[in-house]
Design a protein around this ligand. Structure first.
Ligand code: GLN
Length: 195
């Protein structure tokens, strides 16, 4: 059974711990470098990426996270977590740091005011049994990807909302809020394969 951490600086940590447990992982919160050292994979939750980024610096986690991502740690980021995994962001705060790792440009709060929150059925590469219900909450979108990045899901208008790059996975939406754990199972499989 793989041990998968949830970065617990800010955001919807508990929902991911539950989803990971139900998807067959040993799930635990990660706040400190020592805790990060003990996990086989990591989820970065949804929340507020500017706050998460600030807390990552304060808790001395930013460099340890970057190092483990560089070393191949499987990481799944949802929403704010997707922003944290982007090599480059648009509409971020001036001093906003990301962990990076996925060669992509992500735009924060991209869906704008009118559509700040909505749901849509999303077909994801590698997930069988029909589309998942995508819950988008002040969500980012992926503006462009590098050539090694696999686009795993788009909306009907072509907007990229899920990507995979090596051991890294990111979605604009929040599968941890739906009770459908297929995306978490996909990630648990990625962690098993990487181990
Ligand atoms: N708008 C948030 C941010 O910029 C992300 C929202 C979310 O994670 N649901 O970090």
């Amino acid at each position: 059974t793989p041990t998968i951490g949830v970065l617990a600086l800010q955001g919807d940590v508990r929902e991911h711990l539950t989803a990971l447990t139900e998807a067959g992982a040993l799930a635990r919160p990660v706040r400190r470098p020592g805790e990060l050292a003990g996990v086989d994979g990591l989820v970065i939750p949804g929340g507020e990426s500017t706050t998460m980024s600030k807390l990552a610096v304060i808790f001395g986690m930013l460099e340890p996270l970057r190092e483990r991502v560089r070393a191949g740690l499987p990481v799944y980021g949802t929403c704010a977590g997707m922003i944290m995994l982007a090599d480059k962001i648009l509409d971020g705060r001036d001093d906003q740091e990301t962990i990076g790792g996925i060669d992509m440009i992500v735009r924060r709060n991209a869906f704008g005011r009118q559509n700040e929150s909505f749901e849509a059925a999303v077909d994801i590469t590698g997930i069988d049994g029909g589309p998942v219900q995508g819950v988008f909450i002040r969500a980012p979108w992926v503006e462009s990807v590098g050539e090694d990045v696999e686009v795993a899901a788009t909306l009907p208008d072509g907007t990229i909302v899920a990507v995979r790059h090596g051991n890294l996975l990111a979605t604009s939406f929040h599968p941890e809020l739906t009770g459908d754990h297929r995306v978490h199972r996909l990630f648990v499989d990625m962690v098993r394969t990487a181990a």
